[in-house]
Write a protein that binds this ligand. Structure first.
Ligand SMILES: [Zn+2]
Length: 376
């Protein structure tokens, strides 16, 4: 029964793009013995009860009694191994979410973790912490922390501290430059908490992103740019053009675009890479040269390019991919506007950006290793 309820919660929030983009977020249900966590590679919008990974709560809790390597990569690999061992029999082919340890920290049966745009307007803002503390006395604020074991350990410490101090179970956790956790013992409790948080933030919002599309552009320049960008990027990608009121403001000058030059949350890096390109010269050779220089500097081709006074170009392997890159980048655009209500954007710290950039590679590697191991 609990699994049906968590599947319903997942479908409801997972199909609303105010809460979930590009397969992000995760949910869980727990009883005394087991945690059922969304499996990697499933989407909240369509997850079935079988899509959850059944895990031993005791074995997950045992992770906190162990001492792991001081070396970051080794430590994450060791923790991952223990996490995989905490899966119950019959769950071998599944991979639990990287945020599993966090889910198990909450006492409540249902946990919803998402990265809503408006909430991240606050978590990615200079005054995020003070506003969260003023708005919600039940909220725990976690400063930007590398994901995985270190983040889970910090949350554990803060949740324990909160529960000892208030004698209440923690049910609301904000992660700076990342997202939010909601926890409750039933569906109504989750909905109530989400509504309280969303409406409290909404009441403070004066500046709202205006994504009304703008059609007054020179289509011959746009068509040329699509062609040149595709050639400079290589591998015959799909290039999607977007122009709306916010994009128009941001592409007006390099100065206006500056706010997007550094990432705000891990999602933006995972789907759109850490740094975008601002194009000021539109002829074929200049575009080629700008891409070559960018690749030389960053080691990858940019997924997002803004052409001065023209608009935004998102690159993907195919049309679907380019649409995902576009929606995730528009999320960054919207966050940059919402953050203006809360003291302006607070970008990710450079060492956190590096961590995510490298961590992606690591998690991919471990995934491949995992798949190979599964064949034994
Ligand atoms: Zn997350």
């Amino acid at each position: 029964m609990g699994l049906n309820v968590i599947a319903e919660i997942s479908h409801f929030y997972g199909s609303d793009e105010r809460y979930v983009l590009a397969g992000g977020g995760n949910t869980s249900f727990k009883n005394e013995e087991n945690l059922y966590i969304k499996g990697s590679g499933t989407a909240l919008a369509t997850i079935t009860p079988e899509g959850f990974v059944k895990m031993s709560r005791k074995m997950l809790a045992d992770i906190w009694t162990k001492t792991y390597s001081e070396d970051k990569d080794k430590r994450e690999a060791e923790v991952l191994k223990d996490m995989m061992n905490a899966k119950c029999e019959g769950e071998e082919g599944k991979r639990p979410s990287v945020e599993t340890l966090l889910h198990n920290l909450f006492k409540q049966q249902y946990v919803l973790h998402v990265h809503p745009t408006m909430v991240n307007g606050l978590t990615c803002a200079v005054s995020g912490k003070s506003i969260v503390e003023a708005l919600f006395d039940n909220a725990i604020w976690i400063e930007e922390t590398e994901p995985g074991y270190v983040l889970a350990a910090k949350c554990r410490e803060r949740i324990n501290e909160y529960e000892n101090r208030t004698n209440k179970d923690a049910d609301l956790l904000f992660l700076q430059n990342h997202g939010i956790f909601f926890a409750a013992d039933d569906r109504d409790g989750i909905d109530k908490l989400v509504n309280e948080v969303m409406s409290a933030i909404d009441r403070l919002v004066t500046f709202r992103p205006d994504l009304t599309s703008v059609d007054t552009y020179d289509s011959s320049i746009v068509d040329d740019l699509i062609k040149y960008i595709a050639e400079a990027y290589g591998n015959d990608p799909y290039v999607k053009f977007t122009l709306n009121k916010e994009v128009e403001k941001l592409c007006a000058s390099k100065e206006a675009f500056k706010v997007l030059m550094e990432p705000m949350s891990p999602d933006h890096i995972v789907y759109c890479k850490a740094v975008p390109l601002f194009i000021e010269c539109f002829d074929k050779d200049s575009i080629k040269a700008q891409y070559a220089e960018f690749i030389n500097t960053y080691g990858y081709a940019p997924k997002i390019a803004f052409a001065k006074g023209i608009g935004m170009f998102a690159v993907g392997n195919n049309i679907k991919d380019a649409a995902t890159v576009t929606s995730v980048w528009l999320d960054a655009v919207k966050i940059s506007v919402y953050a203006q209500n809360f003291g302006g954007v607070r970008h990710m710290a450079p060492d956190m950006v590096d961590f995510i950039v490298n961590w992606e590679v690591e998690s991919y590697r471990s995934k491949v290793a995992l798949n190979n191991g599964g064949n034994k």
